[in-house]
Design a protein around this ligand. Structure first.
Ligand code: BTN
Length: 334
């Protein structure tokens, strides 16, 4: 796919707009509104379902998206961001992309000029990417797919530990909007009762010295459709299950503000101020854990992070610190 967004075509978008309201509407009513046949309506419904949108069809009643669907409204995002004291971010919203991170990484590779603070959000990703080469399931309209471009001027070394600041920004955002405290799993998972609410994929481009370009990708579950559960291989939760009222536009605005504040803190102080804060919300604090790469694994009691963002494990009275984004931490099930 190219860098351009893939808009939904006229009739399909209009059918989706009707269904987003949440009630039932028959194929005949849709056909009359749009001036197309019922067969054409059925074809569009099928292709919307193929995007991962859960549309029910009930004989005698018609089509329905249970509970409706709220789509991103870029103007509302900007208004909410400005109302929260933001000023520097540039928002781009797309219906369907391959991956919001890939769009920004391609722009970096093409040397396209891009302002720090560029945000890309999408309703769906056809090739969403997770950490360690995994796929990130991205059904249409169901979750947040968000990427933020940021330039740091102190070389690659200064970017180490950034995931920690990003995790705290998501913590701040959820607490600010919903008054709920999430837990953070090193290096960058957001958990609620041991279930994953959000994941972060940070990608870098830069030299050991000089400017470093960072793409911060965040996937946050809103309302995962039941038909996607089968594709997810770890315990997960979403904002709806947590009883949080959804307003995607506000969430995007607040997440951007929370990121800006934590990134400014990070560029000034590194993790000096943040590492003890992170340790107080560490999901595995004092737990027996396994730390794994593809081929090696270490066990120990999770003691939290150091000031560089490395994870400290205590084993036989000795504390060892491990660094690197390709490591994965698991709690040992007793
Ligand atoms: C993880 O494995 O936990 C990280 C998941 C990161 C997913 C997000 S969704 C928006 C951005 N675009 C991607 O392709 N990945 C990240």
């Amino acid at each position: 796919m190219t860098d351009s967004n893939m808009p939904l075509k006229g009739s399909k978008q209009r059918i989706l707009n009707e269904l987003c309201r949440g009630g039932f509407i028959s194929g005949q009513q849709l056909g009359e509104k749009l001036g197309i046949s019922r067969a054409a309506v059925a074809k569009h419904i099928k292709s919307l379902q193929q995007l991962g949108i859960e549309i029910f069809s009930v004989t005698g009643k018609g089509y329905c998206i249970s509970g409706g669907l709220s789509l991103i409204d870029q103007q509302q995002v900007v208004a909410s961001y400005l109302a929260r004291g933001g000023h520097g971010a540039l928002f781009e919203s797309h219906p369907i992309v391959d991956s919001t991170n890939s769009i920004l990484m391609r722009r970096l590779a093409d040397k396209s000029s891009m302002a720090s603070g560029t945000v890309i959000v999408a309703e769906s990703q056809t090739a969403g990417r997770g950490r360690r080469g995994r796929t990130w399931q991205s059904p249409f309209g169901a979750n947040l797919y968000y990427s933020y471009y940021w330039q740091l001027n102190d070389g690659l070394q200064a970017a180490m530990g950034l995931s920690i600041a990003v995790g705290l920004a998501i913590y701040d955002c959820i607490y600010n909007l919903y008054g709920k405290k999430v837990a953070l799993k090193w290096p960058n998972d957001v958990l609620v009762n041991d279930k994953k609410l959000a994941g972060v994929l940070v990608e870098l481009e830069g030299q050991p010295e000089g400017p470093c370009h960072l793409v911060i990708g965040i996937g946050l579950n809103f309302n995962m459709p039941a038909n996607f559960e089968q594709y997810i291989d770890q315990p997960w939760t979403d904002l709806v299950k947590m009883g949080c009222k959804l307003d995607k536009n506000t969430l995007i605005a607040q997440l951007t503000r929370s990121l800006e504040i934590r990134l400014a803190q990070y560029s000034e102080f590194g993790l000096n101020q943040m590492y003890s804060e992170w340790n107080s919300v560490n999901a595995f604090r004092g737990e027996l854990v396994n730390l794994m790469t593809g081929s090696k694994s270490w066990s120990g009691i999770c003691e939290g992070i150091d000031q560089q963002g490395g994870i400290r494990l205590r084993c036989d009275g000795q504390c060892q610190t491990y660094y690197g984004g390709e490591l994965s931490l698991r709690k040992v099930v007793k």
